[in-house]
Design a protein. Sequence first.
Length: 140
Amino acid sequence: MGSSSVVIVASKSRVAPLKKLSRETFEEEHQQLKRNGTVESNSKLTSLDVFLNEEAIIGVGGRLQSSDLPERTKHPIVLPSKHAVVDLLKRRAHERQLHAGVEQTLATTRQQFWILRGRSSVKRRWANTDGQSANSQRRF
């Protein structure tokens, strides 16, 4: 299956919890996007050029619009940095990359999901886990 097997697959069975998480976390932005297709300038999502995708989940817009990449890669789903579901996604990406570092874990995750404050979120996820010493944790 090649390198695509490393991508976290967001199949239809996984879309429902992500849709719920998106609506609960970004309720106000979701309503604004439904009403007028944009979010207010004071929203934390403003800089991401967000839109509602075909599953009514907030996705990231941007310059990849015309590329031949899959839709999930062109327009990753926006997720909060602090949530149990997001922690599971980060852990899965980390393990599928054979315990790679922050940048590789973040790159793998961003193939389908845009986690707000992603880099610090990935770093924080492993700050006090796996029973490793403080020195080895800092390198990750």
